[in-house]
Unconditional design. Structure first.
Length: 167
C-alpha cells in the first residue's frame, strides 16, 4: 500500500509577500543605521566620499547578506517572514542549502536592489523616463509571480527556492 504524496504547502499571496518585503525594508533600515554608525565610528567621522563611500556600500551589502543568510539558513525565516507566516524552502531539502540561499540573495539584490536604486535616482533627478524604467525593472522580478506556474518571484525561481505559507 503506497501513501499518497502530501500536497505542497500553499504559496503566500502576492500582497502578503509584498507586505513582508515592506516590513523587511524597515528592518533593513534599522540594520543599516546600526551598521553605518559602526562604520562611521571606525573611520572616526570622516566624510564617506569617494573610496570610503564605496567601502561603506560594500560593507552594508555584506551586512545585509549576513543577515539574510543567517536567517534563511537557520530556519528559513527572517523576522518579517515570521510575522507574515512565510518560510523559505528548497524543494527536496530539509533545510535551504547555503548555495541556494546565496543565489537567492544575489538575484533578489539584482532585481529589487536595482529597482530601489533607480527609484532613488529618478526622484533625485526628477526624470520621468528613469522613473518608468525603474518600475519596469521591478516588474520583471516581482511581476514574474503573475505568470509563474507556482506564483513564485523570479529570484526564487532562479535560485531553486520557494516561499510557502506556514500556520
Amino acid at each position: 500500500m503506497s501513501a499518497a504524496a502530501a500536497p505542497a504547502p500553499p504559496t503566500p499571496s502576492i500582497p502578503r509577500r509584498l507586505a513582508s518585503m515592506l516590513y523587511e525594508a524597515v528592518v533593513l533600515a534599522a540594520l543599516a543605521f546600526l551598521a553605518g554608525s559602526l562604520f562611521l565610528l571606525a573611520i572616526q567621522g570622516q566624510p564617506a566620499s569617494g573610496l570610503l563611500r564605496f567601502a561603506l556600500q560594500l560593507y552594508l551589502l555584506a551586512v545585509f547578506a549576513a543577515y539574510f543568510l543567517w536567517c534563511w539558513l537557520r530556519g528559513g525565516q527572517t523576522l518579517p517572514m515570521k510575522a507574515w507566516r512565510i518560510r523559505l524552502v528548497a524543494p527536496g531539502h530539509a533545510r535551504v542549502p547555503a548555495r541556494a540561499a546565496l543565489m537567492r540573495f544575489v538575484y533578489a539584490t539584482l532585481f529589487i536592489g536595482t529597482f530601489l536604486a533607480s527609484v532613488a535616482a529618478a526622484f533625485e533627478h526628477r526624470n520621468m523616463l528613469l522613473a518608468f524604467a525603474s518600475l519596469a525593472l521591478s516588474g520583471v522580478g516581482i511581476g514574474w509571480a503573475l505568470v509563474d506556474r507556482d506564483r513564485q518571484f523570479l529570484h526564487d525561481r532562479l535560485a531553486g527556492t520557494r516561499l510557502i505559507q506556514v500556520d
